[in-house]
Write a new protein. Structure first.
Length: 195
C-alpha cells in the first residue's frame, strides 16, 4: 500500500492502466515552500521595511498619493445596466429633413462615391452601346461574304488556295536564301561575279 496517498497497490495498477501518461508524471507539490523560506522571511521583511523608509525620506509626495482601485464597478451597476441600454435604444433620432438630406449629399464622404458611381455607370452604358453595334456590322459583312462564296465554283476556290500555298513556299524559300547570305556575310557583288 502506498503510504503517502493511501492508495492500495491494486488501485495504483488500475490507475496506471487507465492513464499511463499521467502515471509517469512525478508527484511534486507546487505549493511547497523553500526549505529556508521561514528562516529568511524576517530578513526579507526587514529589507522591504527599510526600502519603504527610504522612499518616505526621498519622495514623501509619492506616498501621499491615495491608494484606490480605479477599476471598481459602482454598486448596483449591473442591476441598472439593462435599463440604461434600453433607454439608449429607445432614444431614436428624429427623421432628417429635406435640407439635411441635401447637405448629406454635398459632403465629400458621400458626394465622391455617388459621383464616381454615376460616372462609371455612364461609361459602362457608353461602352456597351458602342461594343453592341460592332458585332452586328461584322455579322452583316460575314453574311455578305458567305453569299458571294456560294456563287463561286469550288474548283476556282481550290485553285486560288493552292496558288497561295505555292506563293507561300516560294516566299519561304527566298527568305531562307536571304537569311543564308546574311548569316555567311556574302556580298552581292561577289555573288554576281561568281555566276
Amino acid at each position: 500500500m502506498n503510504k503517502e496517498d493511501n492508495i492500495s497497490d491494486d488501485q495504483e495498477e488500475g490507475l496506471n492502466g487507465l492513464s499511463p501518461k499521467l502515471s509517469k508524471i512525478k508527484d511534486n507539490n507546487p505549493f511547497e515552500a523553500d526549505p529556508d523560506y521561514f528562516e529568511n522571511f524576517a530578513g526579507k521583511l526587514q529589507h522591504q521595511i527599510d526600502e519603504l523608509e527610504e522612499i518616505k525620506e526621498e519622495a514623501p509626495l509619492l506616498l501621499a498619493i491615495p491608494k484606490y482601485n480605479p477599476f471598481e464597478v459602482p454598486k448596483g451597476y449591473f442591476d441598472e445596466l439593462p435599463t440604461i441600454i434600453q433607454q439608449r435604444c429607445a432614444d431614436v433620432k428624429p427623421p432628417l429633413s429635406i435640407i439635411e438630406w441635401v447637405l448629406c449629399f454635398v459632403k465629400p464622404r458621400f458626394a465622391i462615391p455617388i459621383f464616381a458611381t454615376i460616372l462609371l455607370a455612364i461609361a459602362a452604358i457608353y461602352v456597351m452601346n458602342k461594343n453592341g453595334e460592332l458585332p452586328q456590322i461584322q455579322f452583316a459583312d460575314e453574311a455578305a461574304i458567305e453569299e458571294q462564296l456560294y456563287n463561286i465554283d469550288e474548283t476556282t476556290i481550290i485553285d486560288a488556295l493552292t496558288d497561295d500555298a505555292d506563293n507561300l513556299k516560294q516566299n519561304n524559300t527566298n527568305e531562307c536564301i536571304e537569311n543564308y547570305l546574311i548569316d555567311n556575310n556574302i556580298d552581292e557583288s561577289n555573288f554576281e561575279n561568281e555566276l
